[in-house]
Design a protein around this ligand. Structure first.
Ligand code: FAD
Length: 374
């Protein structure tokens, strides 16, 4: 075991998705410099969430990120429409603006929805977290932890070198996603309908202009190859993500999704049997093309076990409809960060100064850190 990076921190965050990164930024802006570990080498590579609601944007606006986020809006920000059809080639059964009925009144929020791909948003939030003093370590995984009354001892591993080291934390934030490894290790279950159906996701490059007939959309729900199939255009022209539900109760498993089967499923969804396409690995440098995820709903029985807190998908999972997944997680991070910061600073929250960053300073990326008065 390497002892080179052993040390102590007030808060260790496990998971560098949008929720963990937001928690890191929010804590750093309050003068707490957390350590964040994420096993993947980089932020998300797929858009996942694309619609960030006014509450999330209020939080990012207060952090001075709104202009940057809106500048990196999705290529489809002007067209937040979903369509439904049997195949992409087939006749559209419905088309609607997903934001038409949920735009806030100017009297209730100073901001609005932002249509930005989640991977783009993660880049923005990570950069600001690091600039604000968070110690963000991608390619680092939590191997084990031991949470006691006085703190949490963790064993971390540098994924590239295999070197292991310890960090002791006063508090641990588990932002480790829907598989919720830390929550399960602590024996905390969840309530709700559970997994509704599993989905295989993969990316492909293809010229779909014949099937599109000049149309654009944010997401297409298709009935082929199976009801609930979702086709999503990606930023790179001619690149698509396809999510296909599969039936584990009928014995189907992720291993069945060979490259050849994925190509056949994409052709069936588009409705062109001889469509030329190329599968693209979602992780550069890896051969694996398809990855499974679970659509479902559950809420953890507790959001806390002593000094360990669960946020984001680790605490609650909802189906993608309504765009509540990432958005509720960002709200968790905001709610937890100011409370933890107040406790760490010695319960002086009522005497803390609020940030007084001017808009000119914000546009230069400078922010004041809240300080506690004497
Ligand atoms: C295809 C798709 C479409 C979606 N569409 C929407 C949408 O439209 N709107 C919406 O709001 N939500 C949507 N979601 C859901 C949204 O993406 C999630 O709610 C959100 O990513 C949850 O963020 P998180 O940070 O809690 O977890 P995650 O993004 O899952 O991040 C958790 C991270 O923890 C890391 N990790 C886990 N264990 C360890 C460990 N031991 N050590 C180090 N790192 C670890 C993982 O590698 C992972 O990167 C969608 C999801 C998918 C898959």
């Amino acid at each position: 075991m390497s002892e080179t990076r052993d040390h102590k921190t007030a808060v260790l965050i496990v998971g560098g998705g949008i929720v963990g990164l937001s928690a890191a930024l929010l804590l750093a802006r309050q003068g707490i410099q957390p350590v964040l570990v994420e096993r993947h080498p980089s932020t998300a590579l797929l858009p996942q969430a694309r619609a960030f609601n006014p509450r999330s944007m209020e939080i990012y606006q207060a952090l001075g990120l709104e202009r940057e986020i809106r500048a990196r809006a999705s290529i489809l920000a002007d067209l937040p429409e979903m369509i439904g059809a049997e195949t992409l080639t087939g006749e559209e059964r419905f088309r609607f603006d997903v934001l038409a009925r949920v735009r806030p009144l100017a009297s209730v929020s100073p901001t609005d929805w932002a249509m930005i791909d989640q991977d783009e948003l993660e880049h923005v939030v990570r950069a600001h977290a690091e600039r604000s003093g968070a110690d963000v370590r991608f390619g680092t995984e939590l191997v084990s932890f031991d949470a006691g009354a006085g703190g949490v001892t963790t064993l971390l591993r540098d994924v590239g070198s295999g070197a292991e080291y310890r960090i002791d934390a006063d508090y641990l934030i588990a932002a480790d996603g829907h598989r919720a490894g830390l929550r399960h290790q602590l024996g905390i279950g969840a309530d709700g309908p559970g997994v509704l159906f599993p989905v295989m996701n993969f990316i492909f490059d293809a010229d779909l202009s014949t099937a599109l007939r000049g149309r654009r959309f944010l997401l297409a729900y298709l009935d082929r190859p199976t009801t609930g199939t979702a086709l999503v255009p990606l930023r790179q022209f001619g690149r698509w993500a396809l999510g296909v539900p599969y039936h584990s109760e009928r014995g189907e498993s992720p291993d069945d999704f060979t490259d050849q089967r994925c190509a056949e499923l994409a052709r069936e969804a588009v409705g062109i049997p001889d469509l030329e396409l190329t599968l693209v690995p979602p992780m550069p440098g890896r051969d694996q093309k398809a990855a499974s995820t679970r659509i479902g709903g559950w809420v953890a029985r507790r959001y806390r076990a002593g000094r360990v807190f669960f946020v984001g998908d680790a605490a609650h999972v909802v189906p993608p409809t309504g765009s509540y997944g990432a958005n509720t997680g960002i709200a968790d991070a905001h709610n937890l960060a100011w409370k933890l910061a107040a406790v760490i600073r010695g319960r002086q929250s009522t005497r803390c100064w609020t940030p007084t960053t001017t808009s000119a300073a914000r546009s230069r990326g400078q922010h004041s850190t809240p300080r506690c008065g004497s």
